[in-house]
Design a protein around this ligand. Structure first.
Ligand code: ACO
Length: 399
């Protein structure tokens, strides 16, 4: 515990653990993972049950407040979010300032940070009322920012949010709707995206969540912390893997679809090629989220009447990899990102907005973990030590 680390630092000892493979940075009661057994629970509830029975906003409340909401709490939470989806008009020039080629994760991270500029009265991490309001503001406004990042990249007009619509419906309409035509939101699509958001909602101390906590440990605002988390999530080893998987599948498809040749390339570590969407620091078994997504993918394509050869390619890749010693010995299984891209593509999202969808899903987890960190009396500013390997003292040459 903290006692031991204090004792060690006083004696001059430090532990060197690159990547924090075996170092816990905090105690947390939010999410439980048993990586060997492939178990994931939010506040004790198995992910499979939540994915099937719950809704994203209910899960967001659960993660943030620790218990499932009562119907009244959920209705009021939903209402508070609907009332706050509108961005300040000043954001128009914010979006206009980006090139149309801007990656949505860049715009999303900047947008989360800009919320701090529009809400200077919500920056005190130790004022619970401010933190509650900042949490709701983020949940309400991040989907609007993500949708506008998409619209701006197409040069299409930005649609105001519609507070008569539910969370996911509103996001889909702002993303795909046009002012000239009525956009009918397909309830099946809403259900699927809501479920995918639930699957992404928290995953204990992953890279982006640790970033959110670390930034917050300096008592920076929730907005700034989430903005940094979005930056961490963008990387292809983390949330950016969903984009990387689809690009990998497209590459294999365009090269003739030779799955075995690609797997051999991965095993020989040619050009540093990895099987994207495979492997996980904690899971040494099938990622339970991937199991849910895999089951949903076929159903989604059938429901939407979409035929995509990339799904067959992904399934072949999985089959070949799971029968191969390289992957068996290293306990490499598909992670949540392996199949999500095929669904996002079927829903009509462009490949470079996949990771922004991950960010929208992960937001409640970031908020819950940040709040737990701020309220934990054991929290100290995150400040790792190092083992210095540079030059010993030397002197600037005389001139
Ligand atoms: N393809 C091929 N080999 C792999 C893969 C992969 N996807 N993942 C791990 N390995 C190999 C490594 O090369 C290493 O082999 P070695 O011992 O011969 O050197 C061994 O498996 C152990 O891998 P590490 O890199 O030590 O595992 P680590 O826990 O550090 O990395 C990570 C985890 C980053 C997820 C890694 O598995 C990876 O890069 N996967 C691909 C990217 C990806 O899908 N990321 C999404 C993760 S889930 C998420 O963030 C939502």
């Amino acid at each position: 515990g903290l006692g031991i680390s204090k004792l060690l630092s006083e004696t001059g000892y430090v532990t060197l653990d690159p990547g924090f493979v075996n170092t816990a940075s905090c105690a947390s009661a939010v999410t439980y993972i048993d990586g060997d057994a492939g178990i994931l629970r939010y506040r004790g509830y198995p992910i499979e049950e939540l994915a099937e029975k719950s809704s994203f906003l209910e899960v967001a409340w659960l993660l943030i407040h620790g218990e499932l909401p009562t119907p009244e709490q959920l209705a009021s939470f939903d209402e508070q979010i609907r009332e706050r989806t509108l961005l300040n008009e000043g954001f128009r020039s914010f979006f206009a300032g980006f090139p149309t080629s801007a990656h949505p994760m860049s715009v999303l991270s900047a947008g989360a940070s800009a919320l701090a500029a529009y809400h200077p009265d919500l920056l005190d991490p130790f004022d619970p009322a401010q933190v509650d309001e900042a949490s709701v503001q983020l949940l309400a406004k991040l989907p609007t920012i993500a949708a506008y990042a998409h619209k701006s990249s197409l040069g299409e007009p930005l649609l105001y949010p519609d507070s008569s619509l539910g969370y996911v419906e509103n996001f889909l309409r702002m993303t795909f709707g046009l002012p000239t035509g009525k956009y009918e939101v397909d309830p099946e699509v809403v259900k699927i995206l809501d479920m995918l958001f639930i699957l992404h909602a928290d995953h204990e101390q992953n890279c982006s969540t640790s970033t959110v906590r670390l930034v917050g440990s300096s008592n920076a605002s929730l907005f700034s912390s989430v903005s940094a988390g979005i930056g961490a999530l963008w990387g292809p080893l983390h949330g950016g893997a969903n984009q990387a998987v689809l690009e990998m599948l497209e590459r294999i498809h365009n090269d003739g679809g030779d799955v075995k040749a690609f797997v051999n390339k991965v095993k020989n570590k040619e050009d540093g090629v990895k099987l994207m969407g495979f492997g996980h620091r904690v899971y040494r078994n099938y990622d339970p989220r991937a199991a849910v997504v895999k089951k949903a993918t076929r159903k989604v394509l059938d429901t939407l009447g979409v035929k995509d050869p990339l799904l067959d390619l992904a399934m072949q890749l999985e089959e070949v990899a799971l029968a191969d010693d390289y992957f068996v010995q290293r306990k490499l299984y598909p992670n949540v990102d392996f199949y999500t891209g095929v669904i996002y593509k079927a829903l009509g999202f462009p490949v470079n907005s996949f990771t922004a969808l991950f960010a929208l899903g992960r937001l409640p987890g970031w908020i819950a973990q940040w709040r737990e960190m701020i309220n934990d009396p054991a929290t100290k500013i995150g400040r790792p030590r190092q083992v210095y390997t540079g030059s010993t003292e030397r002197h600037y040459p005389a001139k």
